[in-house]
Design a protein. Structure first.
Ligand code: MSP
Length: 533
């Protein structure tokens, strides 16, 4: 690990076990995976967390419909989520489930601290309730949404209940200061502005316990209440790091290992979809303030994958579901799927359209015709003209490009973009290097020089430069396409041995190293075309 660099911690939302895994879950988790792989390649100390959100009335009800206990239903679905996430070559360091004892006991410890600090108190709620979302609305808020759930469209129901409340109103000023002092706290910018707009309306205390069902974490000291699922869920980000454990909680090796995880707090990035930003951008920071814990570096709320310009939804039946993802994986391969998620996905403030045609176009243009074609051209020529050994470079200027300077510039852009979670831009800078190699080959025509023995040194220098540029772009693309880029680097005998930012220096490819011809991305028929035999 480079000295002075803080540990890196990245999280996905924890997914509701009631849902079947779909493109949304695959997307956010892949974004986090790419970031985690990038940071590990940089030699940093990384923790990447995902998991499942398992409490609440919806889980209780759907378990009952199936004649199962909520725990059995949650076990079954959490296992399915874990299995599915395995399809995407994810490198999460842990998978947290909110029904695990380690989570439950720590959440209770945190709630007790909040009660002791009078930030959680018993009160009475009068207002409206969104049954689907398990969310309470004050009269003003309910009026704003026309007394209907903004999510399901179903009418809100009248509610009057004794509840434990979280004293959110006490954090108004501190939250405003946090936003003022850390302009990058919520990203992208458009999302930050939305949160600021809502903050200006003023914050109100809100109920965090329920008594109308029992599938939740019991409220410590008052077990007829269970904790509202959202508060329970947010804590996962710190229970996975054992943050409630006191130093000296146990002296054995396992206890020490548990405590060692605490070094990952505060999180570098909490990544999620924009629909759940409020909880992460306001409720969560206030809870952390109340507990005296430092704030995450950035709350990143991406936009949505939509289908043909329309929101994906179960009722419209246009969700890119698991079966359809598997069809893409079968047809194009996992790396192509990951590439499309990253290069064309909705990380920025606008939604991204998922269509078979766009997928096919990105695959063919960027992967088959650019990365794959360039990789096979270069390795094939080195095979043919230099017996598969990397030739030596010379000092001779060739063409109108200074490769060391050009790659240095693209590398700086690419690494900077990765750090900022601007993953589409990171991919684009790496691709720009490959495109330049193609143009260089077309301009210098090594296949013609090969016919002239007196130009052999120049031929070698051209191919060295091509292979070196390909090596650098493969290293930069490896967090996104680990399988194919691993193959490409192996074919150049150039598996990385040091941190990425040092490995991408121009000139590290070793002359004389053996190479192998690669075929990375096979051409695939356009969707709708008859499948080839
Ligand atoms: N359990 C809560 C989160 C608690 S976090 C403390 C939850 N779960 S969820 O299963 O509904 O997952 C929501 C997340 O899935 C979104 O925030 C986003 O990360 C992802 N997506 C769901 N649909 C999506 C798209 N159509 N497009 C991109 N990602 C979306 O909310």
């Amino acid at each position: 690990m480079p000295p002075g660099h803080a540990p890196v911690y990245i999280t996905t939302p924890i997914y509701y076990v009631n849902d079947r895994p779909h493109i949304g879950h695959a997307y956010t988790t892949t974004v986090c995976d790419v970031y985690a792989r990038f940071q590990r390649a940089m030699g940093r100390d990384v923790f990447f967390l995902t998991g499942t959100d398992e409490h609440g009335i919806k889980v209780e009800k759907s378990a009952a419909e199936r004649g199962l206990s909520p725990q059995a239903w949650a076990d079954q679905n959490a296992a399915e989520f874990r299995r599915i996430l395995g399809l995407f070559a994810l490198t999460n360091d842990d998978f947290i489930r909110t029904t695990e004892a380690r989570h439950v006991s720590q959440v209770q410890a945190f709630i007790e601290r909040l009660k002791a600090r009078d930030v959680v108190y018993l009160g009475k709620f009068e207002g409206w309730y969104d049954e689907g979302q398990e969310e309470y609305y004050t009269e003003t808020k309910a009026k704003e949404v026309d007394y209907r759930s903004p999510v399901s469209g179903r009418p809100l129901v009248r509610a009057s209940e004794e509840n434990y409340f979280f004293r959110l109103s006490a954090f108004q000023e501190r939250l405003e200061a946090l936003y003022r002092e850390h302009p990058g706290f919520v990203r992208p910018e458009a999302r930050r502005n939305e949160v600021l707009g809502r903050l200006r309306d003023g914050l109100q205390d809100f109920p965090i316990s329920r008594t109308n069902f029992s599938w939740g974490i019991p409220m410590p000291g008052d077990e007829k209440h269970v904790l509202w699922v959202w508060v329970d869920a947010l804590f996962n980000y710190i229970t996975a790091l054992n943050l409630a454990l006191e130093p000296g909680a146990g002296a054995d090796a396992a206890a020490r290992a548990d405590l060692a995880r605490q070094r990952f707090w505060p999180a570098s990035y909490h990544v999620m979809g924009k629909e759940i930003l409020w909880f992460h951008a306001v409720v969560w920071p206030a809870m952390l303030m109340a507990l005296g814990l430092p704030q995450p570096h950035c709350i990143y709320a991406h936009s949505f994958w939509v289908a043909g310009g329309q929101k994906m939804s179960k009722s419209l039946g246009n969700f890119v579901d698991l079966e359809s993802i598997q069809a893409y994986l079968g047809r194009y391969g996992l790396d192509a799927w990951r590439y499309f998620m990253i290069a064309r996905g909705p990380l920025a403030a606008t939604d991204a359209d998922f269509t078979a045609a766009a997928f096919h176009e990105a695959y063919t243009t960027d992967l088959v015709n650019t990365v794959g074609n360039c990789g096979s051209r270069v390795t094939a020529m080195i095979g043919r003209y230099f017996d598969g050994r990397v030739p030596a470079d010379t000092a001779e200027p060739i063409g109108d490009i200074d490769w060391a300077a050009f790659t240095r510039e693209q590398v700086a852009r690419c690494l900077g973009a990765y750090e900022e979670l601007d993953l589409g831009a990171a991919a684009a800078s790496a691709l720009a290097i490959v495109r330049r190699v193609d143009a260089f080959i077309n301009a210098t025509e090594p296949f013609k020089l090969a016919k002239d023995e007196s130009r052999r040194e120049t031929l070698g220098a051209i191919l060295y430069r091509c292979a070196e540029a390909v090596r650098i772009s493969a290293l930069l693309l490896e967090p996104i396409m680990p399988q194919r880029m691993g193959e490409l680097l192996a074919a150049l005998s150039a598996a990385p041995t040091q941190p990425l930012d040092r490995e991408v220096h121009w000139g590290l490819l070793r002359p004389g190293a053996s190479t192998a011809k690669v075929a990375l991305f096979p051409r695939v028929d356009a969707p709708g075309a008859a499948p080839s035999a």
